[in-house]
Design a protein around this ligand. Structure first.
Ligand code: GMT
Length: 381
């Protein structure tokens, strides 16, 4: 199939999922066209079957805010028409689904039928989407998409709760490519850059937005560090970074915390650690937790949204109520102080991650593409 994938190209989870999906589909022989405003960070170098179309943003002085949705819709019309795409798959509802709908309508006037699939990722529904100013457009686009998928059952339920829709929504969980390397020498060497051999390393990766509750990460770490001298690796950047660094200074733990900023392949850092912390306020899925589990790192997390669908309590990690940093720290200490328990949790984390192996998830998307293409063909005869 010839598939157009619309995504946010930056470090966000939805962009990572969309890019990895496109790369995996291309490897299976599909022709993939990424359409967005800058090269997706996870795309890497040249690959067979992959094309990238950049949406150029005009800077006409009249526009205080650039009309990205219009530019994207125009680009979609062009790419669908000249590359003869079979289906569009848009990741994140705003404004990708409405741009796809507009392109679909324009193309229909030219005798070209193109279905579009919308994948809801989380904040498009749970944070931004709940904003009443977006609600009518998102409800409309959900209803007009040829298929809608959500990355967890929890997100599917949130969508029904907050939007005016009763349509079918398929749950297709996020996925992971399980790394094929074994526990290697270089991990041991690299780990020594950050911690002594007997010091556990804890890790957190996020966009440092309030929803991630990075201050809780610091509080949990502070308690763990009091009990077992440890290190914390922080990966990512965002609005809360400044406050977090201040908090570390006030708790006098800066010498124990390494703030690495944005890193293209965070898994290389996560795999150095013994435990991953994800105390988010809300999380439709928690891709970062899955990334950690895929390299055998157990997860201490909140029990919100879709996280329990990914991190299994008392198996791949431990879950607590949002904000319960005492319990989260206690759980971390209990696992880290007993080598046998830690080893078992690490093995379990990998076992759990394997359920989300990309090879198991990919066919679900291919089935949906085929279904919407077929349905549209039937409608137009
Ligand atoms: O986590 C973010 O704020 C970024 C956001 C995104 O769309 O890039 O992540 C959402 O989508 C990810 C991929 O499906 C999910 O793993 C995250 O749980 C979800 N974030 C939230 O729900 C807060």
């Amino acid at each position: 199939m010839k598939i157009g994938i619309v995504l946010y190209p930056t470090y966000g989870g939805s962009g990572v999922v969309a890019t990895e999906l496109g790369k995996a589909l291309a490897e299976k022989g599909h022709e993939i066209h990424f359409i967005t405003y800058s090269q997706p960070v996870r795309l890497g170098s040249f690959r067979d079957n992959i094309y990238y179309h950049e949406v150029m943003i005009s800077n006409y002085p009249l526009f205080e805010y650039q009309p990205y949705e219009t530019e994207l819709a125009s680009k979609l019309v062009e790419v669908v028409k000249y590359e003869k795409l079979d289906v569009l798959h848009v990741h994140y509802a705003i404004p990708h689904a409405s741009a796809a709908f507009m392109a679909q309508q324009i193309l229909a006037t030219q005798g070209i039928q193109i279905p579009f699939v919308t994948t809801l990722h989380g904040t498009d529904i749970t944070l931004v989407g709940k904003d009443k100013s977006f609600e009518p457009v998102i409800s409309f686009c959900i209803n007009k998409s040829n298929a809608v998928t959500a990355v967890s059952e929890s997100l599917r339920q949130d969508t029904y709760e907050h939007f005016d829709t009763t349509r079918d929504i398929d749950v297709i969980p996020n996925f992971i490519q399980i790394p094929e390397y074994e526990v290697m020498e270089d991990v041991i060497e690299l780990r020594r850059k950050y911690a002594k051999d007997d010091e556990p390393i804890l890790c957190h990766v996020s966009n440092f937005r309030p929803v991630k509750r990075v201050a809780d990460v610091i509080q949990i770490f502070n308690k763990v560090n009091h009990s077992i001298p440890s290190r914390l690796l922080l990966v990512g950047d965002g609005p809360d970074r400044y406050n977090i660094e201040r908090l570390c200074r006030s708790l006098k733990i800066c010498n124990r915390v390494v703030t690495l900023g944005k890193i293209r392949d965070a898994a290389n850092i996560i795999r150095l650690s013994d435990m991953f912390l994800l105390p988010s306020e809300t999380e439709s899925f928690g891709l970062a937790a899955l990334e950690a589990m895929s390299v055998g790192v157990p997860v201490i997390s909140s029990n919100t949204g879709g996280i329990p669908e990914v991190n299994v309590h008392n198996f791949s990690g431990m879950l607590s109520n949002v904000g319960d940093v005492d319990e989260m720290a206690g759980n971390a200490i209990a696992i880290l102080t007993d080598n046998k328990t830690l080893k078992q949790f690490k093995l379990n984390a990998l076992t759990q991650a394997k359920k989300f192996d990309i090879r198991k998830i990919l066919p679900a998307y291919e089935d949906i593409y085929r279904r919407v293409i077929e349905e549209l063909k039937l409608q137009s005869v």
